[in-house]
Design a protein around this ligand. Structure first.
Ligand SMILES: [Ca+2]
Length: 251
């Protein structure tokens, strides 16, 4: 008990003096079309293309998308009572969260047919595979590390920058062993140390909006997918007509 208290005090004093993570503006190394009707909630690179989860009630889907022209090659729509959220691959399956329906669908990664479901507490936002585990966000500053076979919480990671919790963590991706997270309602992606939850770098992507065609109705930056082979990270946004690539070692 007391050791926990001392550990907590040490953690507080240690993080309170930490400097904020540096901000980096990454270079944009590529641009491709993206479905402007896709309310992107989950994005993952798989077999030379994207698997994407889109949200909103009545419009939620899981889809396979081609990089070069953004064409939707396969789509499965969800019943209108589900608002789809994060998407990740685990054990060869596509796992798709829902926002307030406490349901994760485990799907074939080719047909998207649901083969299993899990339930969880709270909201579902972002999801990514991290080694044998899944990491899940729920709108708070705390990430859950899950066993993908049971959805049992293995541990939790509280995300902080200079000791201050970073809430509203949204879409997730593991890139070179670190957690990348969109921060809802911002143009930032934070790069998080998965062991202690500290933000190492903050990516400022506000310049991407200026590259979108004028006149479209776009929502926030959301969606991160790592293409390990090309050492690229693809990023997009909800209802964004463009997909962008940035280096996977931006800073
Ligand atoms: Ca992702």
């Amino acid at each position: 008990m007391w050791s926990h208290v001392f550990a907590a005090l040490l953690a507080i004093s240690g993080t309170a003096t930490a400097a904020p993570a540096p901000t980096v503006v990454p270079s944009v190394t590529g641009t491709w079309p993206h479905d402007p009707a896709a309310f992107t909630q989950g994005l993952v690179w798989h077999r030379g293309g994207f698997l994407e989860s889109t949200g909103l009630y009545g419009q939620s889907s899981v889809r396979r998308v081609r990089l070069r022209d953004g064409r939707v090659l396969r789509i499965r729509r969800l019943p209108s009572r589900y608002f789809a959220e994060g998407l990740a691959l685990a054990g060869g399956r596509a796992v798709q969260l829902t926002w307030r329906e406490h349901t994760a669908f485990v799907r074939s990664s080719t047909t998207f047919r649901a083969v299993r479901r899990h339930t969880y507490r709270g909201e579902g936002w972002g999801l990514a595979s991290m080694g044998p585990r899944l990491v899940m966000s729920d709108g708070t500053a705390t990430l859950r590390i899950l066993d993908p076979r049971t959805f049992r919480v293995v541990r939790r990671v509280r995300v902080t920058d200079a000791g201050t919790p970073v809430a509203l963590l949204n879409e997730l991706e593991i890139v070179r062993g670190e957690i990348w997270a969109n921060v809802w309602q911002t143009d930032d992606i934070v790069i998080i140390n998965p062991r202690n939850g500290r933000v190492r770098v903050r990516l400022d992507l506000r310049g991407l909006k200026a590259r979108l065609p004028a006149g479209g109705q776009v929502d926030v930056l959301n969606g991160i997918a790592w293409d390990r082979g090309r050492q690229r990270v693809y990023v997009t946004g909800k209802l964004w007509p463009r997909m962008f690539a940035i280096p996977d070692r931006p800073g």
